[in-house]
Design a protein around this ligand. Structure first.
Ligand code: PLP
Length: 384
């Protein structure tokens, strides 16, 4: 086998100059330091994928449908399908009746879910809360879909009364709901059961529920008292980010949907010998390996321990803030710790996002109690 293994001819690959090498060294130091202070963005820094280094030497491309059989064979689609099967399991997707792919992140998954909904319900109206991530507004513009923004409650959850009244007014149009499984600013959950109750009361039979589970898609499956979020609870499509709770040096994610619905909009392309079902054409073949690696190492039990740890650190942070006289809080099953926006500008080193009158830290797996102590001390100083 060895003689037919690919090895790039070294003499054809020019060297980097000493100056360029030094720049990479500097960059590495800068990024390492920034990671050690990252408490404001939901990106885990706890991973080591160096086992996969050798794949950086191959022209991997997962072009086309991960369940199809394309012409290009330098792909990792069998590993991609294993990753999807893991997510299908934790989201209670019907066995052998789901479809999905590894995306470039939560945004692409949201775009796929809404694209699917648009194709299935041409006369649909999209509803989403004002706390919804900006990727949804952008996607609705790209897809040219009609939509209405719904009020949020103070904790960031959708206002069900406003939703019901608004749907009632437009009840001749099938509703397409974007339900947040963890809003960006407060980690609030829009309850799928309460949304379905609204459809029941209004006797609406045609609808689509897309769940934006960018962060909490990797939290909710591992807690003891989850809110409803699975296909068994009646959702039609789910998007999760891979670089958030799992952690990855390359942004990624997954989207899942029901196979019978996807089949209705699939188109075949002779050129690649497979179905053109994905939004991207050429697709990343390294990120499926990254997700696979994390999944095989941690398993459900490992992810459960990570999530429990993050929620404990969140509670620790709330206690510390309170000791410092700052009223911090979090939603149930969320590691997003919300506190009043300080008067002065926040220290840049902590990379903390603010929105209107609130700010948050997110206790991701790499966030230690020492980091929490440091950030609380800095913010307490600002609030005096
Ligand atoms: C991060 C996030 C997104 C976007 O995900 P990307 O992976 O950055 O594209 C969408 N929705 C929510 C709620 C998010 O937190």
């Amino acid at each position: 086998m060895n003689d037919i293994r690919h090895k790039a001819p070294a003499e054809l690959i020019p060297d980097l100059s000493a100056g360029d090498r030094a720049r990479l060294d500097e960059l590495y130091e800068r990024l390492s330091a920034a990671t050690a202070h990252c408490v404001g963005y939901p990106c885990s820094g706890v991973f080591d994928y160096s086992e996969l280094d050798r794949f950086m030497r191959l022209p991997i491309n997962n072009v086309g449908d991960p369940f199809g059989k394309g012409i290009y064979r330098v792909n990792t689609q069998d590993f991609e399908r294993e990753v999807l099967s893991f997510f299908a399991d934790i989201f209670s997707a019907p066995k052998d009746a789901y479809w999905g792919y590894v995306t470039n992140g939560g945004t692409e998954g949201n775009m796929y879910g809404l694209y699917l909904a648009r194709e299935l319900l041409k006369d649909g109206m999209v509803y989403f809360s004002e706390d919804t991530h900006y990727s949804i507004g952008k996607t609705l513009g790209v897809l040219g879909m009609r939509s209405i923004m719904i009020k949020s409650q103070p904790n960031g959850e959708i206002d069900y009364e406003d939703l019901e009244e608004t749907i009632r007014i437009h009840r001749d149009m099938p509703p397409i709901i974007v339900a947040n499984l963890g809003t960006t600013m407060t980690g609030a959950v829009d309850r799928v059961d309460r949304i379905r109750d609204i459809f029941d009361r209004l006797a609406l039979k045609r609808y689509h529920i897309h769940v934006d589970a960018a962060l909490a898609g990797m939290i909710m499956p591992f807690v003891t008292d989850p809110d409803p979020f699975t296909f068994a609870d009646g959702v039609h499509s789910i998007a999760v980010s891979g670089h958030k709770m799992i952690g990855s040096p390359i942004p990624c994610g997954i989207v899942l949907a029901l196979k019978r619905q996807v089949d209705r909009i699939a188109r075949s392309v002779e050129y690649i010998g497979t179905l053109d079902t994905t939004l991207s054409g050429s697709r990343n073949g390294i990120t499926p390996l990254i997700l696979w690696d994390a999944m095989r190492r941690n398993g459900r039990e490992g992810f459960r321990r990570i999530v429990v740890g993050c929620l404990q650190t969140a509670d620790y942070a709330i206690d510390k803030f309170k000791e410092a006289g700052i009223e911090a809080w979090r939603n149930n099953n969320s590691n997003t710790v919300v506190f009043p926006r300080p008067k002065g500008p926040l220290p840049e080193k902590w990379q903390i996002a603010v929105f209107e009158d609130i700010a948050h830290i997110i206790t991701m797996p790499h966030v230690t109690r020492d980091m929490v102590d440091g950030v609380v001390a800095d913010i307490a100083e600002l609030s005096q």
